[in-house]
Design a binder for this molecule. Structure first.
Ligand code: FES
Ligand code: FE2
Length: 324
């Protein structure tokens, strides 16, 4: 399997709720400037460069279902066609007067963007997730000074729980990582179907320590899912990590928390996740090299089986971005 051109990767670039109907939003897809706006309810993404004289369209505004350039007011509809040149109001712009468009899709409360012609299917597209608790809470964005694969690997790593998250996701009395099996799904994505860990406070709702059954699953090269089920009363919960490379050594990440209706309010869930990630962030930003080594240079133990499988999968996909 080979990696599509990076411009064809679907990357989450913004929270869907992050911009209003009148103001476009500037974003970047692996360094390429993109502007996001809404045509009614429908999100639209253009190259953030006016084809007239190169001004940034994200400095303009949305008018009458078009995006208006801030410089000479050319207006582009959702298909990218120029509909109006204010200096020549009687002129009908020809079909070639167009701005370059990107594909955009809304999934998990985020706007995902890929170049025109990008494949719509996994593993490079937003995944479809089923049988998760129905309530979704989006947390982020977090800008992290390391590569996206380092952040994903940290999300998959349980051996740090009792050290980095002592008293929360783990404790020093339970540092051992029980034996676990890595399995690959139909798309070849590695995961761990069953993993068991002791957690003093496994979630925002937990009031005491408990054994937790985990399931890990890679969803795409830069995203992963963790499902938790505790022994006894703790409800089913899931956490998705969505990371988006902003460079080879920097990324932006969000988490979606999937919970049942009876879970604590959004602010409590977000606060818990922010505290957890605030513990991870200085560690992952300290790792050198920032790009995930795929061809040696780091030592592995049997407890690192899942991260080893992740690295091998990235190699099979031909992913070079954020890897060395
Ligand atoms: S640069 Fe956009 S209208 Fe002239
Ligand atoms: Fe962590």
């Amino acid at each position: 399997m080979s990696a599509p051109n990076p411009s064809a990767w679907w990357l989450p670039l913004a929270s869907a709720a992050r911009f209003d109907d009148a103001a476009p939003l500037a974003a970047e897809h692996l360094g390429e400037p993109v502007v996001l706006w809404r045509d009614g309810e429908t999100p639209v993404a253009f190259a953030d460069r006016c084809p007239h004289r190169g001004a940034r369209l994200s400095l303009g505004c949305v008018r009458e279902r078009t995006l208006e350039c801030p410089y000479h007011g050319w207006r582009f509809d959702a298909g990218g066609l120029c509909r109006l040149i204010p200096a020549l109001p009687a002129f009908t712009p020809p079909d070639g007067h167009r701005v370059a468009i990107w594909q955009v899709r809304e999934a998990f409360d985020l706007l995902w963007v890929a170049a025109e012609g990008a494949p719509g299917a996994e593993p490079h597209a937003p995944p479809s997730l089923e049988q998760l608790p129905p309530r979704r809470v989006l947390c982020g964005p977090f800008d992290v000074a390391t590569s996206a694969p380092r952040v994903v690997e940290n999300f998959l790593d349980t051996a740090h729980f009792g050290l980095v998250h002592e008293g929360g996701l783990g404790d020093r009395a339970h540092l051992e990582v029980p034996d676990y099996e890595v399995a690959h799904d139909a798309l070849g994505r590695p995961g761990v179907p069953h993993y068991r860990a002791w957690q003093p406070k496994a979630s925002a709702a937990a009031s005491k320590g408990t054994w937790v059954d985990y399931r890990y699953q890679l969803l795409s090269p830069f995203s992963a899912l963790l499902e938790k089920r505790a022994q006894g009363a703790m409800p089913h919960e899931a956490y998705a990590l969505w990371s988006s490379p902003t460079g080879d050594e920097s990324c932006r990440a969000w988490f979606t928390i999937f919970v049942d209706d009876g879970a604590p309010d959004d602010a409590t869930l977000i606060g818990f996740q922010q505290r957890i990630f605030a513990q991870d962030k200085p560690i992952v930003e300290s790792q050198r090299p920032r790009r995930l080594p795929l061809a040696g240079g780091e030592l592995h133990s049997a407890a690192d089986r899942l991260s080893g499988a992740y690295r091998r999968w990235l190699r099979q996909l031909g992913i070079e971005h954020g890897c060395c």
